[in-house]
Design a protein around this ligand. Structure first.
Ligand code: PAD
Ligand code: ZN
Length: 407
């Protein structure tokens, strides 16, 4: 699950793509207002393209085709830069690609048969769709909709892309591709939200916040008075801390090698923070010593196999629950001492915080609007899409929690 792009053979070269006559192009540079006259036409706009791995993003003019049946074209207004994008910069996906999955915007037009959103609606993009028909969607506890798999192809359901640039077809990403002024997304990957919600804040509900908060509340089901540990204090990890606090945890221990993250972690609910680099013994032994018998709920929010092993070993030997939130790329193997399970520990994964995406998002936005949680603390930088490479540097050097890009 949560592997978008690395199934062998998923990236087909020489993709089929439509050619449009230049007279059909509508110039949309820096336009925020929705112009209904663009419906059914190709839109020219700006997007950040990653042409090759290990190169900077390049801001280009692209063409965005109209939405086909059951698809929606969205004017993206704001998008976060998530740790998952960082893992796509040096490989793990198809190129050229338009990345971005933490988006919020306004519906520009809809394809045939779309009934849940209409032109002018404020929406959030969902990397994890909710088709409402598959075994996961029909299971009351499930959320990993089978349609997530479409993302592995980096194309739309008909096997083509809606994006072209300089005559080349450009790959989609994570069912969303939000690093573009306009994107085309399937209806099952779009959620309508409160029309007065601030898009430059609620874009975090599209991924980082919901993923972390839900991992604590829905997946781990953190209990009041419990002891928790969170490995990785980025945007997602801090959202786990917020979820643990909301669930009533008594002790929340933040673990990160970047001590600059500690202040924010404490601000959102961590009761103490530690760096593995300050100890001679392994961090799991430190946590067992600190808590007497190990933590009850532990979260890996980094995406490194060795940290998963340490997080599991930090849990109480019997009722300890370890949740993997971090993204382990396809084929990564875990090296875990099997005897850790004999006494009863649980290890589980969590995608999008266990939320059934389409039906839960508008409720989470309403909770944000009634101040049930605060997203502002997570947003340390807001930059224009043109400055996306600066945002990447902030993430690489650990200088930001979430950088929101505005379009
Ligand atoms: P981030 O890069 O902002 O945060 C990662 C944090 O981990 C940083 O604070 C680092 O300093 C810290 N870190 C790195 N290495 C270590 C280490 N060895 N020991 C301790 N701390 C370390 O990323 P993020 O918060 O945006 O995302 C975190 C992970 O969650 C990432 O793997 C991302 O792909 C994954 C994710 N999963 C889902 C899902 O549905 N499961 C959704 C969104 C993101
Ligand atoms: Zn994300």
């Amino acid at each position: 699950m949560y592997s978008w792009t690395f199934h062998s053979g998923s990236c087909k070269q020489n993709l089929p793509f439509s050619i449009y006559s230049p007279s059909q192009y509508i110039h949309r540079k820096n336009t925020k207002k929705i112009n209904m006259s663009t419906a059914g036409k190709v839109i020219k706009c700006r997007a950040a393209i990653l042409w090759k791995p290990d190169t900077p993003f390049s801001i280009e003019e692209i063409e965005v085709a109209p939405p086909k049946a059951k698809e929606v074209r969205i004017k993206i207004v704001a998008t976060g830069l998530c740790g998952t994008e960082m893992k796509m910069l040096g490989g793990n996906t198809c190129y050229p690609i338009i990345l971005g999955h933490e988006g919020a915007g306004i519906v520009e037009s809809v394809g045939e048969g779309v009934s849940t959103v209409k032109t002018g609606d404020k929406v959030i993009t969902l990397f994890l769709p909710q088709c409402g028909e598959c075994a996961s969607c029909l299971n009351p506890e499930g959320n990993c909709c089978i349609q997530l798999k479409q993302a592995y192809t980096n194309l739309m359901s008909d096997g083509t892309s809606r994006f072209t640039c300089k005559g080349k077809s450009i790959y989609h990403f994570a069912n969303t591709s939000t690093f573009s002024e306009y994107t085309v997304i399937r209806e099952i990957s779009v959620a309508k939200v409160d029309n007065v919600a601030p898009l430059e804040k609620i874009c975090l509900i599209s991924c980082g916040f919901s993923t972390g908060y839900g991992a604590a509340i829905n997946t781990a089901k953190v209990t009041p008075g419990s002891t928790c540990a969170v490995f990785g204090l980025g945007g997602v990890g801090l959202s786990v801390v917020m979820g643990c606090k909301a669930a009533g945890a008594a002790r929340i221990i933040g673990v990160d090698i970047n001590k600059d993250k500690f202040e924010k972690a404490k601000e959102v609910g961590a009761t103490e923070c530690i760096s593995p680099q300050d100890f001679k013994k392994p961090i799991q032994e430190v946590l067992v010593d600190m808590t007497g018998a190990g933590v009850e709920f532990c979260f890996e929010v980094i995406g490194k196999p060795e940290i998963v092993a340490a997080a599991l070993a930090s849990c109480h030997e019997n009722h300890g629950v370890c949740v993997i939130v971090g993204f382990l790329t396809y084929g990564v193997q875990l090296n875990i001492d099997g005897s850790l399970f004999f006494s009863g520990r649980t290890l589980k994964g969590s995608v999008f915080g266990g939320w059934k995406s389409k039906e839960s998002i508008s409720k989470l936005v309403s909770k944000y609007m009634t101040k049930k949680f605060n997203l502002d603390t997570l947003i340390t930088h807001t930059l224009n899409l043109d400055k996306i490479n600066e945002a990447v540097e902030f993430m690489k050097t650990g200088k930001c929690i979430r950088c929101v890009l505005t379009l």
